[in-house]
Design a protein around this ligand. Sequence first.
Ligand SMILES: *Cc1c(COP(=O)(O)O)cnc(C)c1O
Length: 467
Amino acid sequence: MTNERLRQLPSVDRVLRHEGVRSLEREVPRTLLVRAAREILDEVRRAAREPDGGPPDLEDLVTRVARRAAELRRPRLRRVINATGIVVHTNLGRSLLSSRAAEAVAEAARHYVTLEYDLASGARSSRQAAVRELLAEIAGAEDALVVNNNAAAVLLALNSLSEGSEAVISRGELVEIGGSFRMPDVMAKSGARMVEVGTTNRTRIADFERALGPATGLLVKVHRSNFAIRGFTEEVPVAELAALGRPRGIPVLFDLGSGSLVDLSRARVPHETTPREALAQGAAVVTFSGDKLLGGPQAGILAGTREVIARIARNPLLRALRPDKLTLAALEATLTHYRDEGEGVYETVPTLAMICAGEEPLKERARELSRRLRAELEASASVEVVSGESEAGGGALPDVPLPTALVAVGVPGASAEALAAALRAGEVGVVARVRDDRVLFDLRTLSEADERELPALVAGAAAAARS
Ligand SMILES: *Cc1c(COP(=O)(O)O)cnc(C)c1O
């Protein structure tokens, strides 16, 4: 497009006055129409610098503006189909709630609830009460608190127990969790003075012992979560830290990260210390996320001894970090599964069900999905069941691949990247992996409803990607 053509580009005003845009004004706020018109005209201007940038046609512009306006009206936070196989996918919202937890959220959203109210006495109560009781039963904790997320739990614990004193931590556990949560930075913000001991790969109890002094306030242990150290390694078990601190009155904080409440050996993953075990081994307080392997809402849980939790509960920061009624409703319902259902949690809590899904059932579902895809796609498309690996995600169980079944799809006339992009842009966004110029759908993170919807979405995306 030449400069001449560019000069003929209509103004934003002219586009807005066009009947095709004006007719939308009843449904679409004018601010969105203006924004859509500006965005589309900008795009056309930018495309004009390309050698084959097309000429601007008013009708064409109006159609594009209408489509953009409709897109701008859609909620930004919307459902997607997670075909990545990453179960606790942080960017896609981590854990799915069980149906009971989702109902509890809906109930709490639409009604007044007993958030801080005791019906028997008619007096004020604590929003922390329900979760405290449940964690006493499930994790053997004397007391517990819930905050907004685990980062908040760690910050609150450090600030309550070690502000102005020394917190001793192994150099092998100075982790960075995604989203700029770095242990040394959190320590600094908490007001604790960090004392690093040991080396990256080996830390012994003697290293901690040497660092102890009158200024020591806390011994800290952090789950490595998103990385593994192999080879010549040594770390100090929480029981040894507790034995070291106890006679000196120094508590141990153990940030468990994902903090699975149950054993995951049925998924053939190595055993992870549970909150109950860490507390039994002498940690004064453990912290963990509500929406990682626990499978509940975003939350941070602090569980520990009565005395240490009481110290933390007195911290005015707790008020700034407290969870809302929707979180508490979801968390209480999720924890109730663990209290009541025994082995049943591996089915009712979606995160656990997905992580523990076996390869054979996944393969069977992959075969069924591939039949449906073949029925929907043109005969020239390639649809094949392949095996591969999925991940727990969320910085949980790094290095532990979960054997899975996937359906690999390729369509002639469109690259896998183009197909994947069209899938993301569809009516329901589908997020999938690309490998060897095929799009992969991992059955591990698909629901039955997803599997029913997927074939039509893939067919639509294939058509869009080719055009
Ligand atoms: C994930 C994680 C956190 C942060 O938890 P959020 O719930 O995401 O705030 C902190 N520490 C460890 C060890 C973790 O794995």
